[in-house]
Design a protein around this ligand. Sequence first.
Ligand code: GUN
Ligand code: ZN
Length: 465
Amino acid sequence: MGEAVGGRGSTAHSPPQPPMAGTNAYENETDMTSSLKAYRAAILHSLADPAEVGVERSYEYFEDGVLLVEDGRIVEAGPAERLLPKLNGVEVHEYRNALITPGFVDTHIHYPQTGMIASYGEQLLDWLNTYTFPTERQFADPAKAAEVAEIFLKELLRNGTTTALVFGTVHKESVDAFFAAAEKLDLRMIAGKVLMDRNAPDYLTDTPESGYADSKELIERWHGKGRLHYAVTPRFAPTSSPEQLELAGRLFAEYPGLYMHTHLSENRKEIDWVKELFPERQGYLDVYDHYRLIGPRAVFAHGVHLCDAECRRLAETGSAVAFCPTSNLFLGSGLFDLEKLEGHGVRVGLGTDVGAGTSFSQLQSLNEAYKVLQLQGKKLDPFKSLYLATLGGARALYLDERIGNFAAGKDADFVVLDYQATPLLAYRMQQARSLAERLFALTILGDDRAVLETFAAGQSVHRRA
Ligand code: GUN
Ligand code: ZN
């Protein structure tokens, strides 16, 4: 192919990674019971944040690569030339004109809003009252919740997303339905019951005590079961009383590994409202800070209008922000300043925020993210995009020991992307001269059609028709 290969990989130095402990056909020719699987295509994954190590050292690429998987875990990613001769008859699944990457990580999304995506005309607060609250009301019905959870997970997997941080509704049944559906597919998912006890219709409110008790029940049932994790989920400061936030903060500290998931500084009117509701606090983030809803595994969606002091506080507490470009544009919320947040050292992941977001596709989120940065005179390098959608998201969620790239032993959550998914994409790829160019075109032109196959814990969970 004669292409210059950037980053680390088959033509650059790549330290050998030991396969996982235990025997497999790769190590032991005589073991015919091995579940070792091999996937051959171009392989690309992030190693680090380009902002920290520079673009060239941020990724590893094998033009003709093999990904080895066993028992739901990554054994190794490497050049076909080196790995194929060692496979001892293991079947190799080959993909042409395809790129294998880690599964995408969506750090903020609402499953109950699947059916109201693309609802016309409003900004945040009116959008909530007009479309969101009536839609979420339907999730008091467990059958409705089960139906939407299934549609939602299918859609995530069709788009190559294998891990997401997910809002339920105020109904605990909505979270049972979601986790039950995710468990069946052995997905690594994080979700929680929404806490909201004021400034919302009566049909959609809990109380500080019932919200606490219901959340606790769900934590006991689901947190740490298989690959599932629980997130304490106050909707946003305006819909929780101080008493509810107090109990939410207590709950967040009560169990190891819990998440905290909420919204922060998305819309100007919302921010003014928070000032009115909490005049004694220094600002929006300070409300959450005061109730100890901050720290590692606290994830704040949006953060479009944060001041420097808030960014510093997020960084020093190890909290994360979900950048949701399609939503921020759709609701007219504003332009996310990625450079500012990262300059302060804040962990940033990428979110779709469906149903305010307009696509389940992280490729489409990256397309819009690129434009959000362009409107601010900034650039988004394609390898930074890859990082945000995979390892960066995993870091934001403190899951980078388990997912985000192809380091040995991590969960085998990966996607096969089709460079020829559409006539235009195929034609554009013919003109592309470098991996960077191909990757960039994939993030701008790609969507669910570009996802040929999705694997979770080593199992195929979506194959494009
Ligand atoms: N703020 C409070 N609730 C919501 C929601 O459902 N979506 C978005 N985008 N922002 C919110
Ligand atoms: Zn949201």
